[in-house]
Ligand binder design. Structure first.
Ligand code: FE2
Length: 391
């Protein structure tokens, strides 16, 4: 670690509000940043739970005009985002309040950027454009799962239905206010909690082990690993365990959202996305299938970082070499994922030995950014071997 190297770190512009019951503050907090006319974005499943009703009431009680738009789709597509943009423009909304999982939060972030800057989603996938973008309708984000950290990050994913490939829009700004209310996650079923928590753990470890210098992000990501190790099993085992729910929301949104949202990722997300896109596997589950193998592949490039991860997970280290401790850290991650049901063989999802070449081809079609990888994947043969182990 050197303190002479430079790094950057940014936050939601008006901050983070965290706590059980915090969603009741949505109205005053949204009015407090100057909102008048709110497009309340969600999906029909979340709306059906009744969560959105209280938030809508809080907004109306604060004197705001509110229209609810519940047409967000899970794993949003380019046309679905375009529909949200059209709705937002037609109502001249000055603020988007989004309540939901990563899909809803991403849809809101993309909508805000496109409404302010024109064009369509694919105009914003080039990250070099971000610096010149204008700020769009204000963003107030409330997550209903503890996983993606999408309530803190600047990216937004959407799938091109013609190719099945997920593209990423890079916005210039984070949210205006992010409200983290663990109560909103109480109703999430065990498998959703497991998949979301796997995303949080993966993002924390993947970001912590990358080569980009960001000491603030390191602190956040490593603490998130510790919390996931201690609380993810509990949150999956008993959704009413609000201590575990709160810990996981703090880890996923506050810590990892800001950690990986500032320091970035490396090979785990892009490789897993190939498998997720091919077999339509939920994001967090695709990560769980591959994370241990990709960490083993990366091990020699990040031994010291994986020693820290192992210690954060409570792995005994006495008398062991650093490399052995690092391997035991990966073993502990594998066991955690097995325990919550997100580390399973690729075969279960339809993969066979015959498709390994074409999966490697899919990866090669996406120009990978390997600058931060502790060990970049340099050949199709290396990738085939990772998929073969995961089969
Ligand atoms: Fe993720």
């Amino acid at each position: 670690m050197t303190y002479a190297a430079s790094f950057e770190f940014s936050l939601p512009s008006e901050g983070i509000v965290f706590g059980v019951g915090a969603a009741a503050q949505t109205g005053p907090r949204t009015a407090g940043i100057g909102a008048k006319h709110v497009m309340l974005m969600t999906d029909k499943v979340v709306r059906g739970t009744g969560i959105v009703d209280g938030i809508e009431k809080s907004l109306r009680d604060a004197g705001l005009a509110v229209s609810v738009w519940d047409d967000v789709v899970t794993e949003p597509t380019l046309p679905a985002v375009a529909a949200a943009v059209e709705y937002c423009k037609s109502g001249e909304y000055d603020t988007l309040v989004a309540v939901g999982g990563g899909s809803t939060l991403d849809s809101a972030k993309a909508t805000s950027t496109i409404v302010a800057n024109g064009g369509s989603f694919m105009d914003y996938v080039d990250p070099t454009r971000a610096a010149t973008l204008k700020r769009g309708p204000r963003l107030v984000l409330l997550a209903t799962t503890s996983g993606t950290g999408a309530d803190m990050t600047r990216g937004a994913g959407a799938i091109d239905p013609a190719t099945g490939i997920k593209h990423w829009l890079i916005a210039r700004f984070r949210s205006n206010v992010t409200i983290c209310d663990p109560e909103l996650t109480r109703g999430a079923p065990a498998h959703v909690t497991a998949v979301a928590g796997t995303d949080a753990l993966t993002q924390a470890v993947e970001s912590y082990t990358n080569r980009r210098h960001n000491p603030m992000a390191d602190l956040l990501n490593l603490e998130a690993v510790r919390i996931c190790g201690r609380y993810l099993r509990r949150a999956v085992a008993n959704g009413e365990d609000m201590e575990a729910r709160s810990a996981m929301m703090y880890a996923a949104s506050v810590l990892v959202g800001l950690g990986f949202g500032n320091a970035g990722l490396h090979i785990v997300h892009p490789v897993s996305q190939v498998v997720g896109d091919r077999y339509r596997i939920p994001h967090g589950l695709s990560l769980g299938l591959l994370l241990p193998y990709l960490l083993e592949f990366s091990l020699n490039g990040c031994v010291e970082k994986l020693v820290d991860v192992a210690e954060a997970l409570g792995v005994p280290t006495e008398g062991l070499s650093d490399r052995d401790v690092a391997q035991r850290g990966i073993d502990a991650i594998r066991q955690l994922l097995v325990d919550v049901g997100t580390h399973r063989p690729l075969r279960e999802f339809g993969a066979t030995a015959e498709v390994l070449d074409s999966l490697a081809d899919d990866y090669a079609k996406r120009p990978p950014d390997l600058a931060n990888a502790p060990r970049p994947i340099r050949s199709a043969a290396e990738l085939r071997e990772i998929f073969r182990l995961a089969l």
